[in-house]
Design a protein. Structure first.
Length: 156
């Protein structure tokens, strides 16, 4: 039984090492790509979170990014200065500002997506492998991680 637990623990470590390796490769590609596009990684992530067909509010964008609305204001200022987004008053609620990608913003977002789709470490996977990886990562991402307190209670 202890041998099985050791093997399972070793497998978890191996999988986590691989997840970190893919994340590092993805971050390196992202850094190269965003540098070529004149953006920071945070600005690129903000651009990525704005769906081309959507007009999120600044507050919605902050929630999507998991940051304070003042941070989104700072990022939106930079993206607007680069001509990638516009901010307008929401006609349905004049207290709310909505964000829209400009034509240039759409193009930069497409370039970012193309680089990630064609040059990332997972680009060589088949569609079947990508679907399988997506299902597994979705399952892992939705699992609630145990806190340190949960783990210590379980091992008592």
């Amino acid at each position: 039984m202890a041998e099985h637990a050791d093997t399972e623990q070793s497998l978890v470590y191996d999988v986590l090492d691989l997840v970190f390796a893919v994340a590092e490769q993805t971050n390196a590609l992202l850094a190269d790509t965003v540098g070529d596009l004149g953006l920071t990684a945070v600005m690129a992530n903000t651009l990525w979170k704005i769906e081309p067909s959507a007009t999120p509010s600044m507050r919605q964008l902050a929630a999507e990014l998991g940051c304070d609305p003042s941070t989104v204001t700072f990022l939106a200022d930079r993206l607007q200065d680069k001509g990638l987004i516009t901010r307008e008053v929401d006609p349905a609620n004049r207290r709310v500002k909505i964000v829209t990608l400009t034509e240039r913003g759409l193009e930069v977002r497409r370039q970012l997506a193309t680089a990630m789709r064609t040059r990332s470490s997972i680009a060589h996977l088949s569609p079947t492998e990508l679907r399988q990886l997506s299902r597994l990562l979705t399952k892992a991402a939705r699992a609630k991680p145990e806190s340190g307190a949960d783990q210590s209670r379980r091992t008592r």
